[in-house]
Each structure stands twice: as C-alpha cells, then as structure tokens.
Write a new protein. Structure first.
Length: 149
C-alpha cells in the first residue's frame, strides 16, 4: 500500500501552460483573420452592386432597342431602386417593371452613409452609365473605388 502512495500518478489531460499556449495561438489567428473577413465582405458587396448595375444597364439597353426609352438631347437621369422617387421620371418605372425587382445597393459611401438607390444616366447617344445614388460613384461600365462597407 505504501508503494502505491509513493508512485507518482500519471495524470491525463493538458497542463495549464499547454492550454494558455493554445489560446494564444487561436487569438493570434483570429487577429489575422477578422480584418481579412471585413475586406472580403466589402469586396463581395461591391461585386453584388456591380452585378445589379450590369442588370440595370442591360434592361435599359433592351428598352432602348425596343423603343420604349428614347434617348433625348441632354440625356436622361433616372433613380432606380426600392426607395426611388419616380415622380415625373418616365424611364424609372419602365426599368423597374422590366427588372421586376431592384434590391438596394449593399455598399456604403466612405462616411458610412447607406445607399438606397441606383442612378441611371442615358446619354443622347444611348450610352448607359449606372451610379450608386449620385453621379460620383460609377458602377457600370467602370467600377467604383471610393466605397467602403
């Protein structure tokens, strides 16, 4: 019996130092991964907005080819989106009916301001440009660069 007491018990499990090292490694990995996730989310939102802008531009192009929208001197500017005010705007209802539904843009402006609609500019030559909310953040045919999420 004394022999049993003198023998050191072999413990099963992890020591406190091993657990602290594992927690430190996980914390370091999290510190690296979390900022990358934010960048990935920002890029995904921008890509979604660009895809929506392409859909809007394609629908406008189809409406122009069907003579439902006729480019005029000075061009046409329309607001398209879930909160767009189409009062007096003849092109916006046609575009929204053609698309059936237009989701709000996912990107935000640098100040963190949410964007609710797209702006479609149709030149007198029939060139189509799609912007986020105003005519400074172009999505189609060129990508916006000054956006944050």
């Amino acid at each position: 019996m004394i022999k049993n007491l003198n023998k050191k018990k072999k413990s099963k499990g992890f020591t406190l130092i091993e657990l602290i090292i594992v927690i430190a490694i996980i914390a370091i990995l999290a510190a690296i991964a979390i900022p990358k996730f934010g960048e990935v989310k920002k890029n995904a939102n921008l890509k979604a907005d660009i895809a929506n802008a392409k859909s809007i531009a394609n629908s406008v192009s189809s409406l122009i080819s069907d003579d439902k929208i006729v480019p005029i001197t000075g061009g046409i500017i329309s607001q398209v989106g879930p909160t767009a005010n189409a009062a007096g705007d003849k092109a916006a209802p046609l575009i929204e009916d053609y698309l059936q539904s237009v989701s709000a843009p996912k990107s935000k402006l640098p100040a963190g301001t949410e964007i609710t609609d797209y702006t479609v500019a149709i030149s007198e030559k029939g060139d189509i440009t799609v912007y986020l909310a105003n005519v400074t953040n172009q999505l189609f045919p060129k990508q916006a660069t000054a956006l944050v999420d």
